[in-house]
Design a protein around this ligand. Structure first.
Ligand code: ADP
Length: 402
């Protein structure tokens, strides 16, 4: 990586387009400093607005229009106002699905755009808006290189036995039905950080990682490469999440349709939007609120935490079979980085893998290297993720070698 060559005045604009929102950040890929960041929300409605913050203050304004194009125009106006536009060397876009076509980040050309559009069916809620963001940026800033950074790319190293479902083989061959995995930029970032912390080359390090945010997934990383992960063809598989169920018995879908007279779409909406922490607690998908309620004696909240933690531990146990040894288990994402109780429950379930918690270290979210395990335990670390920095660094590296 040619990061040393990135000067303090060379920034990357990182864009993360969702269906009704757009997050942006101006990041220096060498120092990680973020000089401006913000969020355009309620896109598609009359209330579309953009909020942002620099080093000192927060602010917001109504957008001049309601769509993603208007949001990107608003971002460019801000960059002009802050005199950041001509510090940019490139724009890095988070793209959710790269299918089997993309095993690393890439500079976007017309051909690449066409290929991305061919992958839309794999992530119909996400990829089309990601492509929209790239196109809007290309139109407004045609001279600036655009880079696509994929959530799936890191997992393209999965061996066939890990990515194939036990389904008729032609489903894979003809429809691309396989495990893709997501959260790749986060897994890549925290595993690189962990290698530095334990002073071992990344390509000789073996990690288990639990990325626990609103979306949650876990990953086994062998010699720096992803070898198994919990999310599948879509982000619904695997761990229980804020509102997603994670793994269920597939026959349950038919069962729920029949017993509750629900359509397939209705059941899928329940699995994606009304399950997980929200489904069990009955009142929130937000771990902070659930912890608070549990402390006040709310039984359902307590149950949600217990189910959540058990599923994480169970999956980490399953992922461990892909590793020759474990250099460290890494906790990351909003819950992984902050929620002491979940981490302690998870490690308790993982005693069989040699994990022992140090309660004091856990309370302070880890010592100077993020360690929360006792000294006679398999190492467990808390590492703050930084997907935006990973996107900025990939963008800078590709752009400076173009
Ligand atoms: P996203 O996946 O949207 O990036 P985050 O990584 O920010 O989400 O994680 C959001 C989750 O982290 C929420 O469930 C939130 O309640 C939880 N979280 C954030 N801070 C804390 C905290 N101090 N204690 C417990 N949970 C927290």
């Amino acid at each position: 990586m040619d990061l040393a060559a990135a000067s303090a005045t060379q920034n990357t604009l990182v864009i993360n387009c969702g269906s009704s929102s757009l997050k942006f950040a101006v990041i220096n890929p060498a120092t990680g400093h973020c000089s401006l960041q913000g969020l355009a929300e309620r896109l598609g409605s009359e209330q579309a607005s953009l909020s942002y913050e620099d080093d000192q203050k927060k602010n917001s304004f109504q957008l001049n229009g309601t769509d993603h194009q208007a949001a990107i125009s608003g971002v460019i106006d801000l960059l002009t106002k802050y005199q950041l536009l001509n510090t940019l060397t490139g724009v890095g876009h988070r793209v959710v699905h790269g299918g089997e076509r993309f095993s690393q980040s890439t500079i976007v050309t017309n051909n690449i755009l066409e290929t991305l559009e061919q992958l839309n069916h794999l992530a119909p809620l996400h990829n089309p808006v990601n492509v929209l963001g790239i196109k809007a940026m290309l139109e407004l800033l045609p001279d600036l290189p655009q880079v696509a950074v994929f959530d799936t790319a890191f997992h393209q190293t999965l061996p066939q036995h890990a990515y194939l479902y036990a389904l008729p083989y032609e489903f894979y061959q003809e429809q691309g039905v396989r495990r893709y995995g997501f959260h790749g930029s986060s897994f890549r970032y925290v595993s690189q950080q962990a290698s530095e912390l334990i002073n071992k080359p990344n390509n000789q390090s073996n990690f288990l990682v639990a990325h626990l945010g609103n979306g949650c997934s876990a990953c086994a990383i062998k010699n720096g490469e992803s070898v198994d992960t919990s999310m599948g063809l879509t982000p619904l598989e695997g761990l229980a999440m804020g509102t997603r169920s994670g793994d269920i018995d597939p026959s349950m879908i038919q069962f729920l349709c029949d017993r509750l007279s629900l359509s397939l779409n209705e059941v899928m909406t329940i699995l994606n939007k009304k399950s997980g922490l929200l489904g069990i607690s009955g009142f929130s998908n937000d771990m902070r609120e659930i912890q608070q309620a549990a402390e006040q004696g709310n039984e359902q909240a307590n149950l949600a935490i217990e189910v959540f933690a058990f599923k994480v531990a169970r999956y980490l146990g399953a992922l461990a079979v892909s590793l020759p040894s474990i250099d460290a288990l890494i906790f990351t994402g909003g819950i992984g980085e902050n929620d002491r109780l979940s981490r302690s429950l998870i490690l308790e379930h993982l005693a069989v893998l040699g994990f022992k918690l140090d309660g004091n270290l856990n309370k302070q979210n880890g010592n100077e290297i993020g360690q929360i395990s006792s000294n006679d335990s398999t190492l467990a670390l808390v590492i703050n993720t930084n997907e935006e920095l990973m996107i900025a660094q990939d963008t800078h590296t590709l752009v400076s070698h173009a």
